[in-house]
Write a protein that binds this ligand. Structure first.
Ligand SMILES: C[S@@+](CC[C@H](N)C(=O)[O-])C[C@H]1O[C@@H](n2cnc3c(N)ncnc32)[C@H](O)[C@@H]1O
Length: 272
């Protein structure tokens, strides 16, 4: 995306999280503000769309894993959470929130989010800093530090729904920064290349990609699991848990009752 206007895919991801609260009662990812942050404009998804339901459950799974990692780290004493490409993420506004949250995003998306927060009357519960960055052009660490981030302390980085939209060089640059920080752990999601999908998954993915291309936010990067593992290893991450949405929902989040959903996406929890 060129960053001249707010991210429309950020709105779409927020609609998926809100719809998940209503259709599946937030059973994979419980977000008390997912509907609130959409405001009066709240338009939930059509439950009959198989494509939307596949994407909704993948998004719920990635945020479910992210929230679990954040909760555990905060319970163990971590105070800093950095949300790269935050969009309408509600972590910093929930009744129970991490002490310090850094939202890193395109300035235009941040301005839009702040207007949306004001319109629906949401105030941060965390001590929150907004760090405006274009991952394609700028390194975020200096700005993070200027906003009060302490690079010597542990932190959880959430990078959800962002990697596919970036070039390989911007992804490598961000991983080299996060992988170089002591005590950093990272949750990200990525998409597998088309040739690694079966026909039904590939066709569903083609439809999703045409939609985001049409709104000016094309997917640029795809990885096989070994490619992502090598990239993470090369950037200092030694412990890598790479899950499909199904594995995340079943094994980690313990929600076997959710009906079978296929998805081409992967969710990674990586530590140094
Ligand atoms: C699909 S949205 C995901 C938002 C949020 N993480 C979520 O899961 O709802 C993609 C986010 O990445 C941000 N983004 C995309 N390209 C970016 C770039 N080059 N620099 C900074 N942010 C970018 C967009 O502004 C948007 O907030």
């Amino acid at each position: 995306m060129d960053g001249t206007g707010p991210s429309r895919t950020a709105w779409s991801a927020a609609v998926h999280r809100a719809t998940h609260q209503v259709l599946e009662s937030g059973t994979i990812f419980a977000d008390p503000l997912a509907v609130t942050i959409l405001g009066d404009a709240a338009a939930l998804d059509d439950p009959r769309s198989a494509d939307r339901s596949r994407m909704r459950l993948f998004i719920a799974a990635r945020h479910g894993i992210g929230a679990r990692v954040v909760d555990r780290a905060v319970a163990a004493g971590t105070t800093q959470v950095v949300i790269l490409g935050a969009g309408l993420d509600t972590t910093a506004y929930r009744p129970v929130a991490p002490p310090r949250v850094f939202e890193v995003d395109h300035p235009s998306t941040q301005e839009w989010k702040q207007a949306q927060l004001a319109q629906v009357g949401l105030e941060p519960t965390s001590d929150v800093a907004y760090v405006g960055v274009d991952f394609e052009r700028e390194s975020f660490l200096e700005r993070l530090i200027a906003s009060g981030y302490d690079a010597s302390l542990p932190a959880v980085y959430l990078w959800l729904g962002v990697v596919p939209y970036l070039t390989a060089s911007a992804i490598a640059e961000t991983l080299s920064v996060v992988g170089g920080l002591p005590g950093a752990e990272l949750v990200l999601d990525y998409a597998a290349p088309r040739e690694h999908l079966d026909d039904a998954d590939a066709q569903a993915r083609d439809r999703a990609i045409s939609k985001v291309e049409a709104i000016g936010e094309p997917w640029l990067s795809f990885f096989t699991p070994p490619q992502m593992r090598d990239l993470l290893n090369d950037n200092g991450f030694g412990e890598i848990d790479d899950l499909t949405a199904r594995q995340a929902i079943d094994r980690v989040l313990g929600r076997e009752e959710i009906p079978e959903q296929r998805s081409a996406g992967h969710i990674v929890h990586a530590r140094r």
